[in-house]
Write a protein that binds this ligand. Structure first.
Ligand code: KG4
Ligand code: ZN
Length: 349
């Protein structure tokens, strides 16, 4: 990791994302403007298995990424020769996909003699809210509270500066998106089940079925969803309740738990300028409303990047690359992708 005190970013930056089941490429202008971007979901490849199959994911990334990167550049009216740097997600995630993205990125960097940034996927989610022009009142000031709620991640993070992150709490078992997916599967809904469950919940009564709210009222900001999932399994198996009511009860329990944990996290980070939510579960209106109430009570805004930037994408990877380049942080070409890469282990500016 090199830190030479800042690097003038004066040409477009290519971002690549391949850590899970989205293949994505984006090209950003040096000031962070999105010149072109694309996300290819592998949902169809994995749906039959009810979850992401790592080997299928890696092969699909390998098939799709080079062509996608070329198309995105073409759409921006650019070629590889116009780039100033390449940023590729290099962890955490599924190792096969990470190798595909990082190797392709390094290949472009070698061929064009460009700096390479090995981007931490979680840092990319954490910094998305700082993309210029994204939020009407400008980017939130450090520190802010990040609530990362996706299929693979569920954590409260104090974002204190570039490369300076403190995990305040995380899940003890399932990620919240995973809990949505498992609960949805129990009700016979297609994978990924989160959006289907939300639609079903809209027709149900959240008070009809009593479901637990794990860790609610306890100190700290950890999460736990396995007990709630088991309760859903029991309610479904018992057969007495409408699935819509179970879905509504589940969603209300999750929203209440997330709000409770976010409230505690704000207590641990009283200087927070905002709550920023990221990850696919940020699409859920009940979750958003519950978090907005917590933020409102604390007198800070709740900021949610537009959904396509909340879920996995390459814009956030290119942007994290630009932030790191500006701070003089680049990575050597022998940087090894890391399936596990906690934010607390980031090198900072
Ligand atoms: O961030 P994401 O696209 O990918 C990763 O997991 O990294 O998040 C996908 C997750 C899935 O578990 C999906 O079911 C969940 O986000 N999700 C939702 C909703 N939309 C997506 N969960 C609840 N309500 C939604 N509307
Ligand atoms: Zn993600």
């Amino acid at each position: 990791m090199g830190a030479e005190g800042g690097f003038a970013v004066d040409r477009p930056v290519l971002g690549l994302e391949s850590s899970c089941d989205e293949t994505a490429a984006a090209v950003l202008a040096p000031d962070g403007r999105i010149l072109a971007e694309a996300v290819l979901s592998q949902e169809r490849e994995h749906a039959a298995f009810g979850g992401v199959v790592p080997e299928i994911a890696a092969r699909a990334h390998l098939d799709a990424l080079p062509g996608l990167a070329e198309r995105v550049l073409h759409r921006a009216g650019l070629g590889f020769a116009d780039l100033g740097a390449v940023a590729a997600t290099s962890g955490p995630g599924l190792i096969g996909g990470l190798i595909v993205g990082a190797c392709f990125g390094k290949g472009v960097a070698i061929a064009r003699g460009l700096p390479f940034v090995a981007v931490n996927h979680l840092e990319a989610h954490a910094l998305t809210a700082r993309l210029p022009g994204l939020l009407p009142d400008g980017p939130p000031a450090f520190p802010y509270l990040l609530l990362l709620v996706s299929g693979g991640h569920c954590q409260c993070v104090a974002v204190e500066g570039l490369g300076r992150y403190r995990r305040l709490g995380s899940t003890l078992d399932d990620a919240v998106g995973e809990a949505f997916d498992k609960a949805a599967k129990l009700m016979g809904l297609p994978w990924p089940g989160g959006p289907h469950l939300e639609r079903l919940a809209a027709q149900g009564d959240a008070r009809a079925v009593a479901l637990p709210r794990p860790l609610l009222g306890r100190p700290g900001c950890d999460f736990s969803f396995s007990g709630l999932k088991t309760a859903v399994a029991r309610a479904v198996a018992a057969g007495g309740a409408a699935h819509a009511d179970i879905a509504a009860g589940f969603q209300a329990a999750v929203a209440a738990v997330l709000a409770d944990r976010a409230r505690n996290a704000l207590g641990l980070l009283p200087e927070a300028s905002a709550i920023v939510v990221a990850g696919g579960v940020a699409a859920n209106q009940a979750v958003r409303a519950a978090l907005a109430r917590v933020a409102g009570m604390a007198g800070v805004p709740m900021l949610a990047p537009p959904l396509r930037l909340c879920t996995d994408n390459a814009v956030m990877v290119a942007w994290a690359g630009i932030e790191r380049l500006r701070a003089g942080l680049t990575d050597p070409l022998d940087h090894a992708p890391r399936p596990r890469w906690p934010l607390a282990e980031m090198a900072g500016a």
